[in-house]
Design a protein around this ligand. Structure first.
Ligand SMILES: Nc1ncnc2c1ncn2[C@@H]1O[C@H](COP(=O)(O)OP(=O)(O)OP(=O)(O)O)[C@@H](O)[C@H]1O
Length: 674
């Protein structure tokens, strides 16, 4: 019995244990299930996060891109409150989306857009494969799309892009299938890097100003579209394109071969060789005579702008005391004449039709008649033409500068560009006040700046016995130029070289020696054929070597300017000695052993003391850094400005230790004046 009871007890206990086990098992299963569910939800949440953060980054990138554009009224639904894509469907106008909700295409056509196609922003759209900005108002040079290496199609036709496209602008873009740049104002040669794109099947370059020969295209699959009609191309159609229809090449007078007219025979007859030799001899003689006269004129011009600077207030006053006549200039905009007043009398009627266009509202208006009535004085002749100082009878003293080579764009575009320049306002920029448009020449009118140009102060003032600029003033000038450039880069982002013509005669000094930049932002309007002989940007190493102008071209000019300011030497003197580009001022500095820089390189007239040596060295090294010949290694403007800001103005506390004055003799003061 006892045993049975025990067994029943044991049985009950066993049953209880079993129950417990079942419960534990159930609890374990439940916890496993809930953990799986939690894991599932976490994964779902993570997925949602990943997807939305991808969308958010495209949103931010596109909004940033929108900010870099102008006239964006058509993009009103680009807002931070929505995402550009919902799956494959686009929420925003002009966006193409792939199935994963990412942006793969921008199709912003016929929206009146202009401003900057900022490739650095677009490269943050990793899935971007196609861009179209057709039929807008974009101007300036062709953007550098190489940072969007995966692009398959590029449509930029029907805009106002201009300038030469550097030969390597498409290098490495091996996915490109379609390139449409028609109906713009591109100049220069068709970029050779296009020939290396094996997948290219559509190339549309018609209605531009491309010149030179057509490169040798040999795309393996051939072209479905190839159009270079209505350009200025010349020479024989290359072999790979000879079978294409004549319409692909129409409107290029000097093209021949293929389906066009046959090219002239290459073997000239003996008599024609004789004729050519005679023509060459006659032409060379004519060039030699012309060069002789040009050199003479140049010497005279440089004498007037540098060696004999415009008279200071003092010299003008002296003259009037002695009753000597001031130099009178022909009235701008009218035929050359030695007396401005005479002109105004003769052309009175005609002049009334000469209208000045004012680009700012805050300026007192005057007209051409007022300019003609003013007594004018020639300030000097530059690369573009002459500049005149005109003191208006009503008080203001203006400067009128004539530009002869400014026909890169038509009238409307020119006016638009002038208005754009007129909107700029910065303490280190000489404001444009008004302009006058005529097809053959343009006049740009600005205020006269009291102390004239930095060039005159650096290289000319000793001739009239005026003191030279001291170190503090030179540093202040460099800092002011840096600020002016920074502003230009910010306000004119679509210009590849926002200044483009930075040199010491285009830095003017006001009464407190604050620098004002002049002649800026003109690259888009200067006639391209002449730009390389006229503007500083086109003399940069990158232009000399590969016909490129980049955002760092102004940095190079700034470097030359800094070296000019610190050495007091004329960069063109190095050019005149036949050493090549202006970069040679930097080569010269580098050629002097560093322990001789203070005796050989720095301008002794700066009169700085030992206290400033470190800072002067810092600035000299910044100048040398800006003159780095290889664009990729050269600093960008932002970096240069930051470095310049770090250079401190130190007072000459220890006058006795003045390293410059202690070793400077009178003979050492002789300046290099070219
Ligand atoms: N607004 C101004 N106020 C005072 N001086 C000026 C003004 N504009 C020009 N100058 C000075 O007049 C002279 C002639 O200037 P201009 O701009 O015609 O030629 P440039 O600067 O020597 O060459 P470029 O034509 O290449 O710019 C220069 O010494 C220049 O600094």
């Amino acid at each position: 019995m006892q045993r049975t009871y025990t067994t029943i007890m044991e049985h009950q206990q066993q049953q209880q244990r079993n129950k417990k086990n079942i419960m534990v098992m159930m609890m374990l299963r439940a916890s496993l299930l809930s953990r799986t569910m939690i894991l599932f939800f976490v994964l779902v949440l993570l997925n949602v996060r990943v997807a939305s953060s991808a969308g958010a980054s495209d949103t931010e990138t596109l909004l940033k891109f929108k900010d870099s554009l102008k006239n964006t009224d058509g993009l009103t639904n680009w807002k931070s409150s929505s995402m550009p894509c919902k799956g494959a469907t686009a929420n925003w106008v002009g966006i193409r989306c792939d199935g994963k909700g990412r942006v793969w295409g921008l199709q912003l056509e016929e929206m009146g857009l202009n401003g900057d196609i900022n490739v650095d922003i677009l490269k943050d759209l990793p899935d971007l494969r196609t861009i179209s900005f057709m039929k807008n108002n974009f101007d300036g040079p062709m953007p550098d799309l190489r940072k969007l290496i995966a692009l398959k199609t590029v449509y930029l036709s029907d805009n106002k892009f201009s300038g030469a496209i550097p030969p390597d602008w498409f290098a490495g873009m091996s996915s490109l299938k379609k390139v449409h740049l028609a109906n713009n104002q591109f100049t220069g040669e068709i970029p050779r890097s296009l020939t290396g794109l094996d997948k290219l099947v559509e190339l549309s370059l018609e209605k531009n100003k491309f010149k030179g020969k057509i490169p040798d295209f040999r795309q393996p699959a051939g072209f479905t579209t190839f159009n270079v009609s209505n350009n200025k191309l010349e020479g024989e159609i290359p072999e790979g394109l000879r079978k294409l229809d004549a319409s692909s090449f129409a409107g290029n007078e000097d093209l021949c071969g293929g389906t066009l007219k046959a090219c002239p025979s290459k073997k000239p007859a003996t008599w024609s060789i004789v004729v050519v030799v005679i023509i060459v001899i006659v032409t060379l003689a004519a060039i030699a005579i012309a060069a002789f006269f040009i050199l003479r004129c140049r010497n005279k011009a440089s004498e007037s702008s540098i060696e004999a600077p415009p008279p200071s207030t003092e010299t003008v006053q002296n003259r009037s005391v002695r009753n000597e006549p001031e130099q009178q200039a022909s009235a701008p905009g009218s035929p050359e004449n030695s007396n401005g007043r005479e002109v105004s009398g003769k052309n009175n009627k005609a002049d009334q039709s000469l209208k000045l266009s004012f680009v700012r509202d805050d300026r007192e208006r005057f007209d051409m008649q007022d300019l003609l009535r003013a007594s004018a004085e020639v300030l000097g002749s530059g690369c573009f033409g002459s500049s005149y100082k005109a003191a208006l009878l009503s008080g203001p003293v203006m400067v009128v500068k004539r530009y002869k080579q400014m026909n890169n764009v038509g009238k409307e575009e020119f006016q638009e560009h002038m208005r754009r320049i007129g909107r700029l306002a910065h303490p280190n920029l000489l404001p444009l006040v008004a302009y006058y448009y005529k097809k053959e020449e343009k006049l740009l009118i600005s205020d006269h700046v009291q102390k004239g140009s930095l060039a005159v102060h650096l290289h000319g003032h000793q001739t009239v016995g005026q003191p030279s600029l001291d170190w503090q003033t030179r540093l202040k000038i460099v800092k002011g130029v840096a600020q002016g450039l920074r502003y230009l880069y910010h306000e004119l982002p679509s210009l590849v070289a926002p200044h483009g013509h930075l040199k010491s005669s285009n830095v003017l000094l006001n009464e407190s020696y604050e620098p004002l930049l002049s002649d800026y932002g003109l690259i888009p309007v200067v006639t391209q054929e002449h730009a390389h002989t006229l503007m500083v940007a086109y003399k940069s190493p990158e232009y000399m070597q590969s016909k490129r102008i980049t955002k760092k071209t102004d940095v190079w000019s700034f470097g030359v300017l800094i070296l000019e300011i610190l050495t007091g030497k004329l960069p063109t003197n190095f050019l005149q000695h036949g050493k090549g580009s202006e970069e040679d001022l930097a080569s010269w500095v580098n050629s002097v052993p560093q322990d001789e820089w203070f005796s050989q390189v720095f301008d002794r007239d700066m009169g700085a003391g030992k206290n400033s040596e470190g800072e002067m060295l810092k600035l000299l090294n910044i100048g040398l850094g800006c003159c780095e010949g290889e664009v990729e290694k050269r600093w960008d403007l932002k970096e240069v400005v930051e470095r310049i800001e770090e250079v401190k103005e130190r007072d000459n506390i220890h006058g006795d230790e003045d390293f410059l004055s202690s070793c400077a003799s009178e003979g050492d003061m002789t300046k290099i004046v070219g």
